[in-house]
Ligand binder design. Structure first.
Ligand code: GLN
Ligand code: ZN
Length: 761
């Protein structure tokens, strides 16, 4: 039984690659120095895997920025605007990823179910896919490792995944490039044959998305050609991040030398294997050590799973991580400050190597344990009955429409009430305060006083400006999840647990370490003080359970649903304290709720069945006159409009500045009941929108076709996300224009006569 890893964290200990790359970007070191640093990190990684006893060690998985980006460059898919004379390959990559003063960067998207982002390649009429590298360049990592005496398996992104994630010029799509991709990837395989590379692995996670007949057919067409052209090179394929329910038979029929399946996020693969079998002459890599979470593997379950698979298939088996280890931190060794019981339960990338080897040895040894009968291995990873929770979380009473009348009488807001999403610019001043506190240059009480000064200025500023519902500005929070994780019981923090998010940006997610409880008040004192500055309502500001979980490392011994409910109960206590202490409007952000929705349609119900009730639980018992807001960083939720209504919030604001009108139209047509603030100012760019432009957008929302008579009373005006990343100058200018635009829109409405939206008869 072999052990295999398909990818390794690139950033190195102490985020060495990030700092080296940033020095290069600033011109402090030259490219050769940066390359030498990267080479030493790769060598370290290979040596570590070899010493741990891993049989198949990956090479070519390294990247300075992103693997999809490198794949685009490798296969000549560099958009015309980035073919820059005299630029090195690395310079081209960074120009594509970050843009240059004259060139807009390629977009970035979430990589499957991880919190990693890839660069989206652009394929247009101008693109001709072909290998743009010599064999020595294409397999430089493999050669480098071999020179150091280490055999590796070059691991690349497969053609189907590349094609399915790319963006296309008009009238083009994956099928336009299928033959080109088959030719280009065949050139890569030919290059391997020329160098004597014995085996290549291709990652094809796109098959874990919903895959229709025509997509399966394309996958097969490309791979039949590639496998026919393998000229002695062994070819294996990996399918991380889910199951391959739509293409099991197609994959099994292709003559790959081996395939690797995910039995963690793709627990359903086990059912498929039981139902449909697996060819006995094909190697099967069993991905059973979780590559994107940090919990210790339950080795008895893993051994049981392997034994069942062995019994059913007779295929030669390998033990793998469920996906590349890119998505977990490097090593627990330096986490000396974690509580021992917490540390005991964790495994980072380095520790997972030991798990692979240990599971393989145990599974090979028939005397090792009495296990081997049951199916209990995979079942342990599944979430129990979330349906049940759906029924038990009540909706608020009275209903939303009755509450609307009660709240209208309480707040007496003008039509098209104006608010913001929560944070105001986190200027250098705020960051300096935080670092002075960290380095003990100021003490906690000085820090708190300074922060409150910023809050006061911010509240008074909004009042002067003429906003209707104010916020305190979130200056005390560095991050919307970390802030809550730090204050709730049940979270642990690592010191070096960095994971790449995109490019040189890394995040250090909190670890859910136990049952989550509210050990103390989280936000209420500051909220009350901020409210005391003004007669206008200041929103209490919380982060919701789905978002806190989405950006943490969750537990595996209980379901996500159960953790979400624990967090929701803790937040409910906070909500009730805020209400008791006079906070009239409370916003519970679910920035990540939509983003974390499973890509497969059939799996969405199970997710929404806990995410939505968990949100409801946070506020289900507040009084009718308390107004609950939520915010979501996503606009594309047309498919789940009624689920969003079931969050039972009174008001939702969302990120829609680029599509506010079309979304408003859908919401109006579908009878969306929650009051809505589709963001009219896109805060993701420093551009200041003009008053005219904003007025037009607001009026377009007001006048959407198909709206009911109450539509206009349910519309809010706001930016489309928090202002944390903006500067004060553009924030002031934009907010002034937003106020002027709202006043103009209100005037237009008043003169058109109240009642019918937009003055239509
Ligand atoms: N209230 C948060 C803020 O304004 C919401 C951030 C987000 O949606 N990502 O920063
Ligand atoms: Zn947002």
């Amino acid at each position: 039984m072999f052990t295999q890893v398909s990818g390794w964290p690139r950033i190195g200990a102490g985020r060495a690659l990030k700092f080296a790359t940033e020095s290069w970007l600033r011109g402090e070191i030259d490219e050769a120095t940066l390359q030498a640093k990267a080479a030493s990190l790769r060598l370290n990684a290979w040596n570590g895997m070899k010493a741990a006893g891993i049989d198949r060690i990956p090479s070519q998985d390294f990247s300075f920025y992103d693997g999809m980006l490198d794949t685009a460059i490798r296969f000549s898919a560099v958009p015309a605007r980035f073919r820059i004379a005299g630029a090195s390959r690395l310079e081209t990559a960074f120009a594509m990823a970050r843009g240059t003063p004259e060139r807009a960067p390629l977009p970035m998207k979430k990589w499957f179910i991880t919190n990693y982002h890839y660069i989206v390649p652009e394929l247009d009429g101008d693109t001709e896919l072909r290998l743009a590298e010599s064999p020595e360049e294409a397999f430089s990592g493999w050669l480098e490792a071999r020179a150091a005496g280490i055999d590796t398996v070059p691991t690349f992104i497969g053609p189907w995944t590349f094609l399915s994630l790319s963006r296309y010029g008009d009238g083009l799509g994956p099928s336009s490039f299928a033959d080109g991709a088959a030719r280009a990837w065949a050139e890569l395989i030919a290059a391997a044959a020329r160098l004597g590379v014995p085996e290549i692995r291709f990652e094809e996670p796109a098959l874990t998305l919903d895959t229709g007949e025509s997509e399966n057919a394309l996958f097969v067409r490309i791979w039949e050609r590639l496998l026919a052209a393998r000229s002695g090179v062994r070819i294996t394929a990996g399918f991380p991040f889910g199951d391959i329910r739509d293409s099991w038979d197609a994959v099994a029929a292709l003559p790959f030398d081996g395939i690797a399946l995910d039995f963690v996020d793709g627990a359903r693969n086990l059912d498929l294997l039981r139902e449909r079998g697996f060819p006995a002459d094909r190697e099967l890599g069993v991905g059973l050590v979780n590559g994107r979470n940090v919990r210790k593997n339950r080795q008895d379950d893993s051994v049981a799973l392997l034994r069942e698979i062995a019994r059913r298939t007779g295929a030669p088996l390998g033990v793998e991580t469920s996906c590349s280890l890119l998505h977990v931190p490097l090593s627990l060794a330096e986490e000396t400050e974690l509580d021992a019981p917490v540390r005991e339960g964790l495994a980072f990338a380095s520790e997972k190597l030991g798990e692979l080897v240990s599971v393989a040895r145990k599974a090979e040894n028939p005397l090792q344990s009495s296990l081997g009968e049951g199916d209990k291995g995979a079942d342990g990873f599944r979430a129990p009955g979330s349906e049940y929770m759906n029924e038990t979380v009540p909706f608020r009473s009275p209903s939303r429409s009755e509450r609307r009348a009660i709240q209208a009488a309480r707040f007496k807001l003008p039509p098209l009430p104006l608010t913001t999403i929560g944070s105001f610019p986190q200027s250098a001043e705020v960051r300096a305060l935080r670092s002075r506190l960290r380095s003990a240059q100021i003490d906690r009480s000085d820090y708190d006083r300074e922060i409150f000064g910023l809050i006061r200025d911010c509240v008074l500023y909004q009042e002067r400006l003429g906003l209707d519902v104010l916020v305190h500005g979130e200056f005390e929070r560095n991050d919307m999840v970390e802030f809550f994780a730090e204050s709730l019981a049940g979270f642990a923090f690592t010191r070096h647990g960095w994971v790449q998010s995109y490019g040189t940006r890394c995040v250090k997610p909190p670890v859910v370490s136990g049952d989550v409880r509210r050990a103390r008040s989280l936000t209420a004192d500051l909220a009350v003080r901020a409210q005391s500055l003004t007669d206008k309502p200041v929103k209490g500001m919380l982060t919701g359970p789905a978002t806190i979980l989405a950006w943490s490392f969750p537990r595996e011994d209980i379901s996500l649903a159960e953790s979400a409910f624990q967090i929701a109960r803790a937040l409910r206590e906070e909500v009730l304290e805020l209400e008791r202490r006079g906070i009239a409007i409370i916003q519970i952000d679910e920035a990540a709720l939509r983003e974390k929705m499973p890509a497969r349609k059939a799996d969405r119900h199970a997710y929404l069945a806990w995410a939505i009730p968990a949100f409801r639980l946070c506020h289900a018992s507040v009084r009718p006159e308390t107004q609950i807001h939520t915010h979501m960083c996503y606009s594309d939720f047309t498919e789940i409009i009624h689920d969003i209504d079931d969050m039972d919030a009174d008001v939702i604001t969302f990120e829609a500045a680029r599509s506010a009108e079309s979304l408003a139209e859908t919401l109006a047509r579908e009878g969306f009941e929650t009051a809505v603030g589709p963001g009219v100012w896109d805060i993701h760019s420093p551009r200041v929108p003009s008053t005219e432009e904003l007025t037009e957008r607001i009026l377009a929302m007001v006048r959407v076709p198909g709206a009911d008579s109450g539509w206009i009373d349910r519309l809010w005006v706001n930016p489309d996300c928090g202002l944390k990343t903006r500067g004060w100058a553009e924030t002031r200018a934009s907010l002034e224009n937003l106020v002027a635009a709202t006043l103009a829109a209100r005037e237009a409405l008043a003169s058109a006569g109240k009642g019918a939206p937009g003055g239509r008869p």
